[in-house]
Design a protein. Structure first.
Length: 443
């Protein structure tokens, strides 16, 4: 037992310097350097990479927790630049992209230079869908835009567009394309998934799960995605955001192929100066603006309140929730607090939490579903939870005590304490009792 604990500690302490937990924070090198490079591309008029790219840049800036109103290079801010050039807007996707950036920045899209841009976007609705009826792409972004702008998700325009998107999910591979009847691609499928989820489509719905399966079928050995024209940082970024929107971890076993995941592939496009290469390949402000929200685990639409670090996907305590009947039970809330706000309060702790979540969510959903379906099992499970709740309180005490000296060390010690206590109570003690009973029967 002691040897096993020693090996566990050595493994954890050995891996800590080399592993970064997903999602990244804005202070981590991969993100901070990308932001620095993006800032270096800003012109005196406030633009970054032109009019369209500036909107994507705004969303990246907000996703990182910064205020785009403060981004300037001796002249107008990037928001000032965008608002001064609204005459460049023409298509539904133009308006969608622009409104998404305004909402992200905290601007009122119904009053940009005295114009209601949301109403303008709504004017492209033809009774069934937005814009060109031969395209689906404009509907993806219109749905995300209207939901982010505060339009009721039951609004006819949103619901009709959702129906249009679902109807045009390709039957063969279950992916989506840019246009009606065209071959599926990862980028369009990712956008469709984000659009549907933004309008409260269940993460486990058939449309979402089938779309994710299509994306997985296009994953290659580098961890990235190839729809037929090669993998790219752009495709990786949107795919990662769709995976996160669906409540999954893009670095988890489910999205790891030959030891590589989508984050690995996305980072392979990053240069030493922080920029990301496009198809050419060359450093590109547009591509870098896509990559930043993906690294931060922020799917579209980007909202101002999303600037805080995103917790690891699938953060619920499934078995405890199934036993107690609600995720708002005090015990569930306290366990999440100890895991996420105490042990997971620093980079090292997040590595441990992500590792635990990867293991826990590989088997717990089935058990939780079984428990929730039976009152007898719920009652039996509540008995087994008593030691776990006690362990959680002990872990909190250990963390609080050691954190006075070193928060990182406290996360490691608290995590190991919980592991050792759990193994002792739930594995060693039952084995010891069974062994004693067996010996007594044998005598």
């Amino acid at each position: 037992m002691k040897a096993a604990i020693l090996v566990m500690m050595i493994c954890i302490l050995t891996l800590i310097p080399y592993v970064s937990a997903y999602p990244y924070s804005n202070s981590e090198q991969e993100v901070s350097q990308a932001l620095e490079w993006l800032r270096s591309q800003q012109q005196a008029n406030g633009s970054i990479g032109g009019f369209a790219t500036s909107s994507w840049a705004v969303m990246a800036i907000v996703a990182s927790g910064e205020d785009p109103h403060n981004w300037s290079n001796g002249g107008d801010s990037i928001i000032d630049y965008l608002k001064k050039n609204t005459d460049s807007l023409s298509s539904p996707t133009d308006y969608s992209r622009f409104i998404l950036s305004m909402v992200a920045a905290g601007e009122d899209p119904r009053n940009v230079n005295g114009t209601d841009l949301v109403a303008t976007l709504e004017s492209f609705y033809n009774g069934t869908q937005f814009g060109d009826p031969s395209l689906i792409n404009d509907d993806f972004w219109a749905v995300m835009t209207l939901t982010s702008a505060g339009i009721d998700k039951n609004d006819e325009k949103i619901q009709s567009s959702i129906a249009f998107i679902k109807t045009n999910q390709n039957e063969g591979d279950h992916g989506w394309s840019y246009g009606v009847g065209a071959d599926s691609d990862v980028d369009s499928t990712a956008a469709a998934i984000m659009a549907l989820i933004s309008a409260d489509e269940s993460q486990s719905s058939t449309h979402i799960t089938n779309g994710l399966e299509y994306m997985k079928s296009k994953q290659i050995s580098s961890g990235g995605f190839d729809s037929g024209w090669g993998n790219s940082a752009e495709s990786d970024s949107w795919a990662i955001q769709a995976i996160v929107a669906a409540g999954q971890d893009p670095t988890g076993a489910n999205w790891t192929k030959e030891g590589k995941n989508p984050i690995d592939d996305l980072l392979s496009f990053q240069n030493q100066d922080g920029s990301f290469n496009d198809y050419n390949p060359a450093p590109n402000s547009w591509t870098t603006s896509y990559a930043i929200p993906a690294l931060l685990g922020k799917p579209y639409p980007i909202l101002m309140e999303m600037s805080a670090p995103t917790p690891p996907p699938q953060s619920g305590c499934l078995i405890v929730t199934a036993t107690l009947g609600t995720e708002m039970a005090p015990e569930v809330i306290f366990m999440r607090h100890v895991r996420d706000d105490m042990i997971g309060s620093n980079e090292v702790g997040r590595i441990l939490v992500v590792g635990w979540n990867e293991f826990y969510y590989s088997w717990s959903p089935t058990i939780a579903e079984t428990i929730s379906s039976s009152e007898i099992l719920r009652s039996a499970s509540s008995v087994f939870l008593v030691p776990l709740i006690a362990i959680t309180h002990i872990t909190a005490i250990v963390y609080s005590t050691v954190s006075l000296l070193n928060p990182v060390v406290s996360s490691v010690i608290a995590f190991l304490s919980a592991a050792v206590l759990s193994i002792t109570i739930y594995m060693m003690m039952p084995f010891f009792v069974i062994h004693k009973i067996y010996n007594r029967i044998k005598k």
